[in-house]
Ligand binder design. Sequence first.
Ligand code: KIV
Length: 288
Amino acid sequence: MPRKSLLDLYQMKAKGEKIAWLTSYDYPTAQFGQAAGLDMILVGDSLGMCVYGYNGTVPVTMEQCLNHTEAVRRGAPDVYVVGDMPFLSYQTSDSDAVLNAGLFLKRADVDAVKLEGGVRIVDRIKAISDAGITVCGHIGLTPQSSGQLGGHKAQGRTADAAKLTLDDAVAVEEAGARLLLVEAIPPEVTEIIHKTLTIPVLSIGGGLPCDGQLLIVSDMIGQFQAFTPKFVKKYANVAEVITKAISDYVKEVKSGKFPKEEHTYKMLPGEEEKFKKLLGLKAGSKKK
Ligand code: KIV
């Protein structure tokens, strides 16, 4: 199957076919995602919390994002992969933004890069787009600046805040972004944004009225334990499965139940005799 392209995503939008998007941070999960029919994968800087155990996304580095994105691309060669630009990889200047966005293409062969912010980030979106790189905007709750937002809180819940969120959406499209992610905003606001913009609008915690949905894989498979946002639906509880498997292993190692004969290797025919001879032992006897 050929790799999903931006054109495919636009055709899905035109047909009203919903786009299924999930984060992934490693090779095996990316393989599972491709096999399960994902249209898009985000190698989110949420890896800071989900993989590295940081309190938030701010400590995440370009090198970490690139390494994980490379692994995901190897696992999902046919999926539309979006690299997530970490904090300070684009805020500092247009040239830093273009250089770091370009590294995602050069090293990890991504299809697009995502950066957080609306009106205040339009110069960066324009600079990256002008360099020929596809940009996915990200507005509403923007975790890298959650300190300014008073924490990981839903956005656009008052009329004035909703208008600012819409202004951000319009600015991001006008600056050249070809995709937009809205996070943690009321569905009524998502709907207006979706009706106003021409580019595909995807949501994480923005409700149904848009072109597709994103979730964080570690949340939806029940792997990330620290907290669960309201917008998450848990489709599995792998933490329980993994913990049970490890605890069974610990018990069996301690009781000598593992390994059994079927988990061991046999010597090649006749080699045990030769080995014993080599050690000066009689067949069947053990060396003291
Ligand atoms: O890093 C990430 O996974 C994200 C989502 C929270 C949208 O940016």
